[in-house]
Design a protein around this ligand. Structure first.
Ligand SMILES: [Zn+2]
Length: 435
């Protein structure tokens, strides 16, 4: 049995009482947190990790992304979503998304994610079986689902083939300690009612999350209202889709009735502030959503529309945007923003019994932040220091499921140089292709 003691740490637990231990220790045995308390825990045959000058907190949970889109970072910028998606991204994906490229692009994404403190991500893409295998090798917690959509994709030609791929992914990883399968339906504007209902049947059969893009743009709301007479979330509710297993990405354009529907059905939101700004989709009123009782988490979306996977930056946008848009400095305070980036994400993904806070019995998914740094001192309030002052370079080490995946900025399971070379090779062949 491997035991690690992290000591001399300022521990932000993110538990229900928002307990902070100014100088404490954490005892990790195998993949579990066994003890957290003030002072130094003494234990025989343990590996000791001195966290002097460091903050230890739960790792960030990125609740909406498409990791292989690192291949398309900066491929088409400064365009409206529907032009960007239909005229640029979908055609490029048809050429570039192969199992080999997805493996490289996923590994490449993990480098940035781990270095910016993400310990768990929720992904929707194609060839998710490959992303799951790469995540397992990298040691990062992954929530993965094959994206169901009504047109042929790089990984399936018909919806029924897609449904079969979804279910085989679930069967392959169900019960794994690190990889958590989900069902994904791309959106109400790319999936028919029948496709959405097939996704729902699978989500119910395995009692796992259903991940979907909802109400991202005004155009989506207008088009769907013209077709169905209902706004996107009302429509999804009317076909029985919304419940506590649903994680609805974006949800920028919810009307008051839809806000009430999300709260009542316990549908969670994956708020993607930077992607929504970059594609000029709008600003989700997360302050109102949370006051209505909705669980709101944070996602980066893919790097083609962000263009980073940095949760520190994303969290800061999530804290600042509501203040500016509502002219209210009290909207989404630092504590709330940090909850959105950690425990709310775990709740949205139905894995809050495993991760999202540092508590005895949970898996050891944590990050070590160098707080004794010129950009963070003085620290009057730890939440303020992390949300408003830190950056990804302050994150020194990261542990997932009880194992270090980064120590002192060095990745333990990914060959960074080799992965970067492979990504350059993919991009160069693509540039040749575009000529
Ligand atoms: Zn997305």
């Amino acid at each position: 049995m491997a035991t690690t003691i992290i000591f001399n740490a300022c521990i932000i637990t993110m538990n229900d009482d928002m307990e902070v231990i100014k100088n404490g220790s954490i005892r990790v045995e195998d993949n579990q947190i066994k003890e957290i308390r003030e002072g130094k825990i003494e234990f025989s045959n343990a590996e000791y990790f001195d966290a002097e000058g460091m903050i230890v907190m739960p790792g960030f949970i990125n609740t909406h992304t498409h990791v292989p889109m690192t291949m398309l970072r900066g491929y088409a910028d400064d365009l409206p979503l529907h032009t960007w998606l239909n005229e640029h991204i979908f055609p490029a994906e048809a050429r570039m998304v192969t199992p080999e490229n997805v493996a490289v692009a996923a590994r490449f994404a993990f480098i940035e994610m781990i270095k910016s403190g993400t310990t768990c991500f929720n992904d929707m893409y194609f060839f998710e079986d490959i992303i799951a295998s790469e995540a397992k090798k990298a040691g990062i917690r992954a929530v993965v689902g094959e994206s169901l959509i009504d047109f042929p994709t790089p990984s399936f030609h018909t919806v029924d083939e897609g449904v079969a791929r979804c279910e085989s992914l679930v069967q392959q990883w169900y019960g794994d300690s690190l990889i958590h399968p989900t069902i994904c339906a791309h959106s109400p504007y790319t999936c028919s009612k029948e496709t959405l209902q097939k996704a729902k049947v699978l989500s119910e059969k395995y009692n796992i999350p259903l991940h979907i893009h909802v109400a991202e743009t005004r155009k989506e709301v207008e088009d769907l209202t013209a077709q169905t007479g209902m706004a996107p979330a009302e429509y999804l509710y009317s076909i029985g889709l919304l419940d506590r297993n649903v994680i609805a990405a974006h949800s920028v354009w919810l009307n008051p009735k839809e806000i009430e529907l999300y709260a009542r059905t316990r549908t969670s939101v994956a708020h993607c502030p930077k992607s929504n700004l970059k594609l000029a989709s709008g600003i989700a009123d997360t302050d109102t959503y949370m006051k209505a009782g909705i669980n709101v988490s944070i996602g980066t979306d893919g790097t083609a529309s962000n263009n980073t996977l940095d949760m520190v930056e994303e969290m800061r946008f999530a804290a600042l945007l509501p203040k500016g848009s509502l002219y209210n400095p009290e909207a989404v305070n630092a504590r709330t923003a940090l909850r959105m980036a950690t425990i709310n994400g775990a709740k949205a993904l139905g894995i809050h019994h495993l991760t999202g806070s540092l508590e005895v019995g949970k898996r050891a998914d944590l990050i070590v932040i160098h707080a004794d740094a010129s950009n963070m001192l003085p620290i009057y309030d730890v939440y303020s220091a992390i949300v408003y002052a830190s950056n990804s370079k302050n994150i020194r080490s990261s542990m997932v499921n009880g194992k270090w995946i980064m120590r002192n900025r060095e990745l333990m399971n990914i060959n960074k140089t080799e992965t970067m070379e492979s990504m350059k090779h993919i991009v160069n062949s693509q540039i040749d292709n575009r000529k």
